[in-house]
Each structure stands twice: as structure tokens, then as C-alpha cells.
Design a protein around this ligand. Structure first.
Ligand code: SIN
Length: 276
């Protein structure tokens, strides 16, 4: 059973054990639900890394994540998200803070990201998602006409980003493009709906636009897109597996909990297409 979590984003898939084989009809139904709801939540899964790896392949092929320092040694396609890592200057690293879409600095960014909760704080640490289809569809027509043909330059770490990322190793850096250009409005390859494709962490500028104008426009779009009416906020429970669509959502983690408590999740991504 698929139970919507809001009118626009998120659905819980009830009564499924992802360690069990699924038939083609159910697999198709889940893939359709993913396109319709953009976030799927599976409760009480408790998967090992290898079980997670085989479960997510119901939805696509694994995308190689960029910062290999977070790879699990026993299953490197899976990375971990943890609040127990520190920058070289001693500051705590909270992965995923600030709205973003994953790995948009790739020529073919991942269509989906999956997180599986292993250890959680008692309170807080929610993940917020906002629906960029809804954000696009509710823009004033003059703004959508202005942005429809704009193109954005994405890099690993934008110099305009307030959030600093953990540096890449030399080997990882060689595999990551210096810069890629993607449309600011993309069309979902499966639903045909348009979405604003923003990423404050990675967008360095807009082609053909002065930096101050581009930054002002990007800020306005972000403020519009992150209004509560476009949001699904996921309150994690132990064993949750959450998969989201990076082509039409922004998401952010919240570092609002007691940092003496561990927040640890497995993360895996699925390959996507060139945004158009
Ligand atoms: C991420 O941005 O991939 C992590 C989100 C989270 O930890 O909630």
C-alpha cells in the first residue's frame, strides 16, 4: 500500500520487506510511485550494507559518489552520513546542511539518493525536502519566462556557498569534472514536468548574467522554493529507508540535536541522465 504523506511530496510504502524478492508488477508500481511522490519512505527495514545495495537496484543502477573518504570499507558503493567527523580545523562536519540537490556538479547527476537510518539522536536531525515542480509551477509567469532558458554553472564547491564541503582526496578530485553547465529549469525525464534546478552549494553563476544579478535571482528563487507549502519534513525512525528524486527536490539535513548523540545513516545514489 502507498500512503501519501502530503498532498504534493512523499509517500510511505507500507507492508514491504526489502530483503524479499519483488515481482515485476510490484517493482513497476514502486517506480511509478517514486515518480508521482518524489520521496518514498519504507519503515522498519534494518538492512545490512549488501542488502541495501541489492534492494536499491530495484530502482536503478548505482551512481559512484564523489567523496570516497565516506565509503564503507566493506561495501564502497555505500557511503555513510555521520555527525562524528570533523574538518581539519576541528569544526564538526554536518553533511547535508543547507538546501541542495545531490552531486549536480556531475554531467549526469544522480536521479535518486537513498538514506537508511542506522543510529539516530533521540530528537531532531530531520531531513527537509521541498518540491521544485511545485515551486516552478507557482512562479509568476514573468519569472518563469525569465528563467526558462537560463543555464547554470555547477562546480564541486561554489565560492558563493555558505556551507563548506569536506575536501576531496587527490584521486577523487581527478574523477570529478571542474565545471558542468545545466539548465536552471529542467524537465523531468519520466513525468515531463518542469522543475527549478537550483543548488546553492554548487552553482557558481548563470551564463550571460552579471554575478550580482545572478546571485540575487538565485536567492529569490531559493526563498520562493523553500516556503513551507512545498515541504515534506521527514522525522526519522530507526530502520527508515528514504529514497528521493534529486531531479525535482531540494533537501537539507538539520544539525539541531545533541551532538553527543550519534546520527549515522547509510547513503547510496542511483544514476540519472543529463538534465534537459
Ligand atoms: C544528504 O544531504 O545527503 C544528507 C541528508 C541528511 O543527512 O539528512
Amino acid at each position: 500500500m502507498i500512503r501519501p504523506l502530503t498532498s504534493h511530496t512523499g509517500a510511505e510504502v507500507v507492508g514491504l520487506d526489502l530483503t524479499e524478492p519483488l515481482d515485476d508488477a510490484l517493482r513497476d508500481r514502486l517506480n511509478r510511485a517514486f515518480i508521482e511522490h518524489s520521496v518514498l519512505v519504507f519503515r522498519d527495514q534494518h538492512l545490512s550494507p549488501h542488502q541495501l545495495l541489492s534492494a536499491v537496484q530495484l530502482f536503478g543502477e548505482v551512481f559512484p559518489q564523489h567523496n570516497t573518504r565516506f565509503a564503507l570499507p566493506e561495501c564502497p558503493q555505500i557511503h555513510y552520513i555521520s555527525n562524528q567527523d570533523f574538518f581539519p580545523d576541528g569544526k564538526r562536519y554536518i553533511p547535508g546542511e543547507g538546501y541542495h540537490t545531490d552531486h549536480s556538479n556531475a554531467a549526469e547527476p544522480p536521479k535518486a539518493t537513498v538514506l537508511h537510518a542506522v543510529q539516530l539522536p533521540d530528537h531532531g536531525g530531520d531531513t527537509q525536502f521541498v518540491n521544485m515542480h511545485r515551486a516552478y509551477e507557482t512562479l509568476p509567469p514573468a519569472i518563469s519566462a525569465r528563467i526558462d532558458d537560463l543555464r547554470a554553472v555547477h562546480v564541486y564547491q561554489s565560492r558563493h556557498s555558505e556551507r563548506k564541503l569536506m575536501g576531496l582526496s587527490d584521486a577523487a578530485r581527478q574523477k570529478v569534472p571542474d565545471a558542468v553547465v545545466h539548465p536552471l529549469v529542467r524537465t523531468h525525464p519520466e513525468s515531463g514536468r518542469k522543475a527549478i534546478y537550483l543548488n546553492p552549494i554548487r552553482i557558481e553563476g548563470l551564463l550571460g548574467m552579471e554575478e550580482c544579478d545572478a546571485l540575487a535571482l538565485l536567492d529569490d528563487l531559493l526563498a520562493h522554493a523553500t516556503q513551507p507549502q512545498y515541504e515534506y519534513r521527514h522525522r526519522w525512525r530507526q530502520g527508515d529507508l528514504v529514497m528521493w528524486d534529486n531531479r525535482c527536490l531540494l533537501h537539507k539535513a538539520n544539525g539541531d540535536y545533541d551532538m553527543r548523540q550519534v546520527r549515522y545513516l547509510y547513503r547510496i545514489m542511483l544514476k540519472g541522465d543529463v538534465p534537459v
